[in-house]
Design a protein around this ligand. Structure first.
Ligand code: ADP
Ligand code: NA
Length: 332
């Protein structure tokens, strides 16, 4: 009953990492090319759930939009916009704050990780984040949500909110959106610690590859990436207890648009001294053009703002009637 429609977003809370690229943006581009309607957002209202320097937030919002464009998102094929320019997100988010239960939010692992032991000092917005994310998705009746593995629980909560709303009001109004978590790199790990996710908030810059890193920096980070002394196995089951090796093979596979099996069929038996330079070449080959295009785009911030402004107008054409109908169902 619901037309297939894709929605996803990324926070402008810092520079983009290789994890964001392989787990999210690259797959956004793939879905754009499948001819489905695609809507991609810069979620600045999520970013301010933790403190952001105002000028840095403005710059990071444009830089993320530049990253979307440089990686191949095309404003004539996808709707690209900034969340705070479409106030219906906050309006539907409030309705969902009244649908979601405290107990559901308390069980979110990202809340527990980010608030840590000091939940008393976390913002109310950080706690409500998954309910705003449900609004982001359901404001467009999105059926598919491409995300990395760490966001699976939030998309499941979105389904719970949709189901409770539909049930409470006796309607079939919101779809049960599906998380789309596919490919070799749905959880890119830190280069320094195979048990931690690669993240823009990791204090060590050596733990991640940033989309804006130059070729020398990428080479240095991969050369210094933690590994073990064994050669690469011939098949993926040989990677099971080798998180660092597995991570590098998955990164290679995702960048080369192939599978870990295919990578190991070629590279199995080789030492890291041979595999790492091949990975450096591949990473530089794929990332350098994107980072060059990002810096070119960043020289014309007015053009980025105007692309985001046009995207927001198009987003509102979809969002406004869905919010109005929601208010009507609720009795407002
Ligand atoms: P971050 O987690 O870097 O702060 P976001 O929370 O804005 O970034 O996540 C944006 C998208 O990037 C989400 O779909 C998330 O799942 C994905 N993502 C973030 N880090 C990784 C990673 N290390 N591996 C795979 N996907 C990731
Ligand atoms: Na995340």
């Amino acid at each position: 009953r619901f037309t297939p429609r894709v929605f996803s977003g990324i926070q402008p809370s810092g520079g983009l990492t290789l994890g964001n690229y392989l787990g999210a943006i690259k797959r956004f581009v793939d879905m754009q090319e499948q001819g489905i309607e695609t809507i991609y957002c810069v979620v600045d209202m999520h970013a301010i759930t933790v403190w952001q320097e105002p000028d840095a937030l403005r710059r990071q919002t444009r830089e993320l939009a530049a990253g979307y464009l440089a990686a191949g998102l095309d404003p004539s094929k996808s709707i690209l916009f900034n969340q705070s320019q479409v106030p219906e997100h906050a309006q539907l988010g409030w309705v969902f704050n009244c649908v979601a239960r405290m107990g559901w939010m308390n069980r979110m692992t990202q809340w527990k990780d980010k608030a840590g032991k000091n939940a008393e000092k976390a913002s109310l917005g950080l706690f409500a984040y998954p309910s705003l994310m449900a609004a982001d998705i359901l404001l467009y009746h999105a059926t598919h949500v491409p995300v990395g593995e760490d966001q699976k629980q939030h998309v499941e909560l979105t389904r719970d909110i949709a189901a409770k709303f539909n049930n409470d009001y006796g309607v079939e109004f919101f779809p049960l959106s599906e998380p789309v978590i596919e490919g070799a790199a749905t959880r890119v790990m830190s280069l320094r610690d195979g048990s931690k996710k690669m993240s823009k908030s990791d204090p060590s810059d050596m733990s991640r590859i940033n989309m804006t890193d130059d070729a020398d920096t990428i080479a240095k980070k991969i050369r210094k990436a933690k590994t073990d002394p064994e050669p690469l196995p011939e098949t993926p089951d040989g990677l099971e207890d080798r998180p660092e090796a597995r991570n590098l093979v998955r990164i290679y596979a995702a960048l080369a648009e192939t599978t870990p099996q295919a990578v190991l069929a070629e590279m199995g038996g080789k030492q890291f001294s041979e595999f790492k330079p091949a990975l450096v070449d591949l990473a530089v080959d794929r990332l350098a053009p994107i980072s060059e295009e990002m810096s070119r785009l960043m020289q014309d911030p007015a053009e980025i703002d105007s692309i985001l402004g046009r995207g927001a107008d198009r987003a509102r054409q979809i969002a406004t009637p869905i919010l109005q109908r929601t208010y009507d169902i609720v009795g407002m």
